[in-house]
Write a protein that binds this ligand. Structure first.
Ligand code: FES
Ligand SMILES: [Fe+2]
Length: 419
């Protein structure tokens, strides 16, 4: 249980808030590359502030305060030009660093005159089919090239904006017992009520033990299910919460970065960034990047709870816009949640002391690999197929193709008899 001020310190994301300062130390995905190719300026709300993100004709990205410093029109309605963005109202032009480089109606548009006319800016860049933004202080850290964003494979990106604070989603990443209850017992209950079959991959996941190991990119979560040998990947390798807004999960040829971008205190952009890359798959050059919105409410406004992420979303959203941690009852099984809060508190202390918090990457690099079970729950390609059938990927326009990709790859690996 926390006091109100402790809960506020952990959850508020705006500028000046302790956690807001921590969160401004990281890069965030803010759009799909295809969106800026379709139209080169978009509004982005990130950490409680509004920005205009844009792509110049030459292909560089910028992100600037939405409000034009001249008289406040929205730069979301600006024009992209060589080297920058020009306000639609009176034509002040800003480069990707936010400097004012031209004032249309001003006879004296000298550099000296334009000093002080710039717009607040961040940095923007492209990686893995997404446009990323950094809106914190200089010097900007490296944009981390986690394996998900650079590996070969078909990219299948489901996303939705959820009406809740990002932290309750992160706490769920270090809460392994919910798999047994929410994705096991509750899923069975819903399947029985609906008269639909319960997916085998999610039954009987009873935990024998769990462990949480802080490491340089967050917290590794390990679990051993009853009946699993101690040398199972789930126990010896595990998978991580990637500080401060992601979880890396997968196995059996499916790799997924679950990304939770804090839009503001009470909204989170929840992105399931999945790469299909089973051993033995024939993935051509230039594999597709597909994005789509998954559904989580039905026509009556009830949560859709007959798929895995829908169940998670029910739990995250029904905890409230900002979960009230002043009335919770934490028990021993919440040990991972406590580890997560500790890491966030330590990050606040680090930033207040002028140090980088955990998982800020300063060294240039090609790829950052994170631990991940190779064989999830000891199951093969059927796990991948079940994951597509029973997860948010069922809303993917390429769901059937991806199931076939996994089955074909398994048959090439001779894991399954050829069809
Ligand atoms: S308000 Fe943008 S140029 Fe005048
Ligand atoms: Fe879950």
């Amino acid at each position: 249980m926390l006091t109100q001020s402790e809960n506020d310190a952990l959850t508020r994301v705006g500028p000046g808030a302790p956690m807001g300062k921590v969160l401004r130390c990281y890069w965030y995905p803010v759009a799909f590359v295809r969106q800026l190719d379709e139209f080169p300026v978009r509004r982005v709300r990130l950490l409680g502030e509004d920005w205009a993100v844009f792509k110049t004709p030459a292909g560089s990205y910028g992100i600037v305060d939405e409000r034009c410093p001249h008289r406040g029109a929205s730069l979301v309605y600006g024009m992209v030009e060589d080297g920058g963005l020009r306000c639609g109202y009176h034509g002040w032009k800003f480069d990707t660093a936010g400097r004012c480089v031209d004032i249309l109606a001003e006879p004296d548009s000298s550099p000296k005159f334009r000093e002080g006319c710039g717009v607040r800016s961040g940095r923007a860049a492209e990686l893995g089919g997404m446009v990323w933004a950094y809106v914190g202080d200089d010097p900007a850290p490296e944009l981390p090239r986690y394996e998900a964003y650079v590996m070969d494979g078909v990219r299948d990106i489901g996303h939705s904006v959820l009406p809740c604070n990002w932290l309750q989603i992160m706490e769920n990443s270090v809460d392994p017992y919910h798999v047994e209850a929410l994705h096991g017992n509750y899923f069975e209950f819903i399947a029985r009520m609906q008269g639909t079959p319960m997916p085998e991959s999610f039954t009987a996941n009873k935990h024998a033990k769990v462990a949480f190991d802080p490491f340089e990119h967050g917290i590794i979560k390990r679990r051993l299910l009853e009946g699993q040998p101690e040398d199972s990947d789930d126990w010896t390798i595990g998978h991580p919460l990637v500080f401060p807004y992601k979880m890396w999960v997968g196995g059996n040829g499916v790799y997924q970065m679950q990304i939770r971008v804090p839009i503001d205190d009470t909204h989170t952009w929840a992105v399931f960034y999945t790469v299909h890359a089973p051993d033995g798959a024939e993935i051509g050059a230039d594999p597709p990047i597909v994005d789509y919105e998954y559904q989580w409410l039905d026509d009556d406004g009830r949560h859709i709870v007959d798929y895995i992420e829908g169940q998670d979303i029910m739990a995250w959203v029904t905890q409230g816009r900002i979960a009230d941690r002043t009335v919770e009852k934490i028990t021993r099984s919440d040990v991972g949640v406590l580890a997560c809060r500790r890491m966030f508190r330590e990050a606040i202390e680090a930033v207040e002391a002028g140090r980088d918090p955990v998982a800020v990457v300063r060294e240039p690099h090609d790829v950052i690999k994170l631990p991940l079970e190779r064989s999830k729950f000891g199951r093969g390609a059927q796990f991948a197929v079940d994951w597509i059938n029973d997860g948010s990927m069922r809303y993917s326009p390429i769901a059937e193709e991806m199931k076939q990709l996994h089955l074909d790859a398994a048959s090439r690996r001779q894991e399954l008899a050829p069809a």
